[in-house]
Design a protein around this ligand. Structure first.
Ligand SMILES: [Zn+2]
Length: 364
């Protein structure tokens, strides 16, 4: 039974149930804290501990982890594995430090290896460099001539690289792998959408789910179509939510915010939310418009600042592409509808710059 949660999360360690602990460490983002989890395992009398999501790397957070683990009674050598849900710095950032400190392997899902390696080495968007990113955003309808805009869009990743220092050595793990976790068995699940290879842990005996940023209690996870990323990230995300609803699902432990006792309800809420947003994106695409104009309408409830553009445009594009795959919206390349399966990269980036076509979306 889980204790009543305080109104706000507090930094440091908390025992959630026997053999399961949460370590909350501050992040300089609106989420305030990343929730790391520690599971105690006992296999044939040998005690070890598995960590999920080390979080953001600061000296203060190193100290929080060390004191928290000490309070639980964990020796560094007892850490058998460090699992990271996805490559973002508020999850993977402290993994390199924790690996050096404990000697434990750092695991990410196989599908996350490339995005994670790209992030820690500073190559934005995998094989597509900064040059391509400029073309991508131009195709979405943004004028890259304005210095502030181009800086915000093209160099958004530059500041991220130092956040992964020291670099962890990453070991790929497959979806479906079973590991001992928190007194029971956990299955590693592939939860694409927020990133291409987000890792979740599902505990079939207790129906608990460790959801990373896939399911969050207060905010909806950003699902963006980015160059070199998933072709239809929202379709992948929605499909995964449907799969989760087929499992017996109880408590959800997210990577930000409080424990969700009624996991199913939140999964349904997120599903409905994205259907609604996709329908709105289709309405905004009436008559055939570029992605930037659609984005401004889709987010009309708030004043978008230039640094919001990458995620807002990515999210609008993900919803439009989803509606293209649902046959509700046409994707117009130089005014002509294209097949949903057409990769945007091959049309926009793998052609000479002078031949780059116009891109528009039009509701049917
Ligand atoms: Zn996060």
């Amino acid at each position: 039974m889980i204790k009543e949660e305080p109104l706000e999360l507090q930094k440091g360690v908390e025992e959630l149930r026997e053999g399961l602990y949460r370590v909350a460490t501050p992040v300089p983002f609106p989420e305030k804290f990343t929730c790391g989890y520690v599971g105690r395992n006992e296999v044939h009398g040998a005690v070890s501990f598995t960590i999920l999501d080390p979080g953001y790397h600061t000296l203060g957070n190193e100290e929080i982890w060390q004191t928290s683990l000490q309070r639980i009674g964990v020796e560094p050598a007892q850490i058998d594995g460090i699992y990271v849900t996805h490559f973002h710095p508020d999850h993977l950032g402290a993994a390199g430090w924790m690996q050096q400190w404990s000697g434990a392997p750092v695991y990410v899902l196989q599908q996350e290896i490339d995005p994670a390696r790209a992030a820690v080495t500073g190559v934005p968007w995998g094989t597509y460099g900064t040059q391509s990113l400029g073309r991508w955003f131009t195709a979405l309808g943004i004028s890259m001539e304005d210095e502030q805009t181009s800086k915000a869009l093209l160099h958004m990743n530059d500041t991220r690289v130092p956040m992964f220092n020291p670099l962890p050595t990453l070991t790929p793990v497959r979806s479906g792998t079973q590991i001992p976790f928190a007194g029971t068995e956990a299955i590693i699940l592939w939860a694409p959408g927020h990133t291409p290879g987000q890792l979740n842990l599902y505990l079939p005996q207790t129906h608990e789910l460790f959801s990373g940023d896939h399911i969050l209690p207060k905010i909806t996870p950003n699902v963006s179509r980015l160059p070199g990323g998933l072709l239809n990230p929202l379709a992948s995300y929605m499909e995964n939510l449907r799969q989760l609803l087929m499992l017996p699902l109880g408590t959800i432990y997210p990577a930000h915010g409080k424990v969700l006792e009624e996991g199913v309800r939140r999964v349904i809420e997120l599903y409905d939310h994205h259907i609604e947003r996709a329908q709105l994106a289709a309405e905004c695409a009436q008559g055939g418009r570029n992605v930037f104009d659609i984005t401004i309408d889709l987010f009309s409830y708030r004043q978008l600042k230039v640094w919001d553009y990458p995620l807002a445009l990515g999210e609008a594009l993900a919803h439009l592409e989803y509606m293209v795959s649902q046959n509700r919206v046409d994707r117009l390349i130089d005014g002509k509808p294209t097949l949903p399966e057409t990769r945007l990269e091959s049309v926009l980036l793998d052609v000479p710059e002078a031949e780059m076509p116009t891109l528009r979306y039009r509701s049917k």
